[in-house]
Ligand binder design. Structure first.
Ligand code: 13P
Length: 248
């Protein structure tokens, strides 16, 4: 399976950062056996798409409905119209701050698919849940309820992002990542059959140039969703290199 390395710029990026996005897209061409993309603030998408040409640009969320009275929200059709080809849905920061439930995330993933976008559905346990021994139960529950029945196919990826590893510099142990990704894979195969083997499972949470090779070597880790280390081409480069070295 080709590795999928996706930057999540979160609420970072204004006009002056377009040069950095161009640098990242130029860099990605040096790693042709890796699929890569950057998910940007909506305000930058169209200009970034114009600047980078074929390099995939994504959004970070979408509304579950196509249009309507939802002040401040952006639909999947709008992301597509802006030039995005993928979107993240259900990031833990949105599950927490915007109180998004699994059913919301599932509807957003469906909306993304209907709009022709690829979707990355995020799951992950909090530190309290892990310390209570509930990490597997929580994450498998999120997987079961956040993925639409039409998940089979390469339009979908799942990102396992332990909440306590995001932006903290604290990376999950490879053995724990292996257990979680194996459990997610088993759940995908149980539900979607052979198609469940094709859904890429990304790891996210303080992935960087120092730890990417180790994490990407873990079975069933098919890529990474990267926050801080995706903000510059310099930091993103070693992750792409690690993916190229570990991929097919
Ligand atoms: P960091 O790589 O900054 O920990 O962020 C991970 C993340 O939340 C990506 O979606």
């Amino acid at each position: 399976m080709r590795k999928f390395i996706v930057g999540n710029w979160k609420m970072n990026g204004v006009s002056r950062d377009l040069d950095e996005i161009t640098a990242i897209s130029d860099l990605a061409q040096l790693y042709p056996s890796v699929d890569s993309a950057v998910c940007l603030p909506a305000t930058l998408i169209t200009r970034a798409v114009t600047a980078v040409g074929a390099f995939p640009i994504g959004g970070q969320d979408c509304h579950m409905q196509r249009a309507g009275a939802h002040t401040g929200c952006i639909s999947a059709d709008m992301l597509s119209d802006a030039g995005a080809v993928l979107t993240i849905v259900g990031h833990s920061e949105r599950r927490a701050a915007q109180r998004e439930k699994d059913s919301d995330v599932c509807a957003k993933a469906e909306a993304a698919k209907s709009a022709g976008l690829k979707a990355i559905v995020c799951v992950g346990e909090t530190l309290d849940e892990r310390e209570a021994g509930k990490a597997l139960e929580v994450v498998l529950g999120q997987v079961a309820s956040s993925l639409p029945d039409a998940s089979a196919g390469t339009w979908l990826s799942v990102a396992y992002e332990p909440v306590w590893a995001i932006g903290t510099g604290r990376v999950a142990e490879p053995a724990d990542v292996a257990d979680m990704h194996a459990a997610i894979r088993a759940a995908l195969v149980t539900r979607f059959g052979a198609e469940g083997e094709k859904i890429r499972i990304l790891y996210g949470g303080s992935m960087n140039g120092d730890n990417a090779a180790q994490l990407l070597a873990v079975p069933n880790v098919d890529g990474g969703l990267i926050g801080g280390a995706s903000l510059t081409a310099t930091k993103f480069q070693p992750i792409l290199a690690a993916a190229q070295a570990s991929g097919e």
